[in-house]
Design a protein around this ligand. Structure first.
Ligand SMILES: Cc1cc2nc3c(=O)[nH]c(=O)nc-3n(C[C@H](O)[C@H](O)[C@H](O)COP(=O)(O)O)c2cc1C
Length: 180
């Protein structure tokens, strides 16, 4: 095996290059919800990772301190991860743009599971969690969530993806392949 050691612009470690590299990591898209003194709050996230399934299912989310839900999750200690499907681009846009914050919960159907954080009934899946640990990392907090309830709302699994700065779906790849 040959190991190339040459350093040039595209191999140095800096925040911009990090972001460009991470944009190539295709990710599922979720709406994370919580409760702010009984009022629903939520935002879009791709930084959602399964941690373990046994004996207690757990996952983690990374939340920017600048997100309005950051302080709310700290305080409430609950959040629900709602995995979006390919038809949910409008919801994703709503939950990731500040100017539409007031409209976020007006159009879709939501249901409280165990913790009370809103679960999106049209999502692919919802993971209703209680915060079990927190870790501060520079601009973000990593919240570890112990899953209290899981709902699989849809039979078919066609996820919404985010890659290279835009929303996409697996089906567009499949369609492109079958057309070729
Ligand atoms: C595709 C996508 C993925 C995102 N992932 C995260 C994430 O994992 N964590 C995070 O804190 N913000 C993430 N954001 C940014 C928030 O969704 C966005 O800043 C949102 O407006 C924050 O909520 P607020 O407007 O109520 O403060 C993401 C945005 C997009 C478009």
């Amino acid at each position: 095996m040959k190991v190339r050691t040459q350093m040039h612009e595209d191999t140095m470690s800096d925040p911009d290059l990090f972001k460009r590299g991470m944009r190539r990591l295709a990710a599922g898209v979720s709406v994370i919800t919580t409760l702010d003194d009984g009022r629903p709050a939520g935002f879009v996230a791709t930084a959602v990772t399964s941690v373990c399934a046994d004996p207690a299912p757990s996952l983690l989310i990374c939340v920017n301190r600048s997100a309005s839900c950051h302080a709310v999750i700290h305080k409430s200690g609950i959040f629900c991860v709602n995995v979006l499907g390919e038809g949910d681009v409008e919801i994703a846009n709503l939950f990731s743009s500040r100017e539409h914050r007031h409209r976020r919960f007006t159009d879709c159907d939501w249901e409280a599971l165990e913790t009370g954080a809103p679960a999106l009934t049209g999502a692919l899946a919802s993971f209703d969690c209680r915060v079990s640990e927190k870790m501060e990392v520079e601009s973000h907090t990593v919240f570890l969530g112990r899953v209290a309830t899981i709902k699989l709302w849809e039979r078919e699994v066609h996820p919404l993806l985010y890659v290279d700065g835009h929303f996409d779906s697996l089906r567009s790849v499949a369609l492109a392949k079958s057309a070729a």
